[in-house]
Design a protein around this ligand. Sequence first.
Ligand code: HEC
Length: 321
Amino acid sequence: MSTTAFRFPLIISVYLISSSAYSAVNFEKDLLPVITKKCMDCHKAPYEEKGQKKTPKAGLRLDASWAILKGSEDGPVLTPGSPDKSGIYESVTLPKDDDGHMPSKGEDMTKEEIALLKTWIEEGANFGGWIGSVEGMPAGAMTESVKPYKPRPHDLFYAALEKDLKPLSDEVLANAKAAGAQVSPVKVDSPLVRVDFLTGVSKCDDAKVAAILPLKENIVQLDLGRTIITDAALKTVAQLPRLVALDLRQTKITDAGLESLSGLKKLESLNLYGTEITDAGLKHLAKLKSLKNVYLWQSKATKPGVNQLNAAIPGLKASIE
Ligand code: HEC
């Protein structure tokens, strides 16, 4: 059978999966019980037992989504999109006699459980809103790392954005998918879409981002977090007239790059967690009067710089912690 014959149904199914539940694996239902049973004894918040203080092994806590994202004392253990670069997956697939095999004691994860973990990571490691223990959580970690951006509840806002907007054609969607982009409608039957590269963040470069330009009128949410983009990609982003939420966490973008964004009139949410952005970069944002949230946790911005930005935009809550 020819590939063209398959193309149409393929697009439809991708569209349906991503629009309904984002992913086939539900973290809380499918994985959390396994991790709780087989990992948590050694990887949870510090506690006391018989007068002795117990700390998580390797400094790694698996009892909260923000903690899993934070990683161990040696660094990250999870790379959304790449199981092979994720310690939590690697460790459970190592041979049993390997020192790094997990769990180091107790019942192993089954083949099925390991397969689920792999799929979950491949699909972008979406925690689906699960937070877990808030003990020891750095302020701002929750908003920053876990909660997916929730579009504003009032439909009027989206209705205004949607007005006279055409849905994307199958051809445009297929091309975006070929470039590694996942496209899903923000709600059923809306021509407005959310775009991410979560199935291959480590392959998403400036050229891949440029490939979403044919969708530019329809994009309201764009997640480029943890990708390998540079400031050049922000020149593409600058051309998305309806962009409301932009995630640039843990990318190599610089202060100078933020200047490109100053024409985004609808932008409300900007995630700059774990970037090199300093107060100089924040100055470029002062023109974005629609901004409501800017996440700056683990960036190079300072309190005074953040205060200045908050003062420049009424209604903005930029936070550094
Ligand atoms: C009986 C205790 C115990 C259990 C249960 C356990 N671990 Fe560990 N884990 C350890 C110890 C000890 C280390 C440190 C090993 C070392 O430094 O060589 C570790 C290290 C790790 C690391 C490496 C962290 C790093 O970057 O150095 C990962 C990832 C990990 N565990 C994941 C898991 C997962 C996933 C499970 C459940 C399937 C699990 N562990 C269950 C004791 C445990």
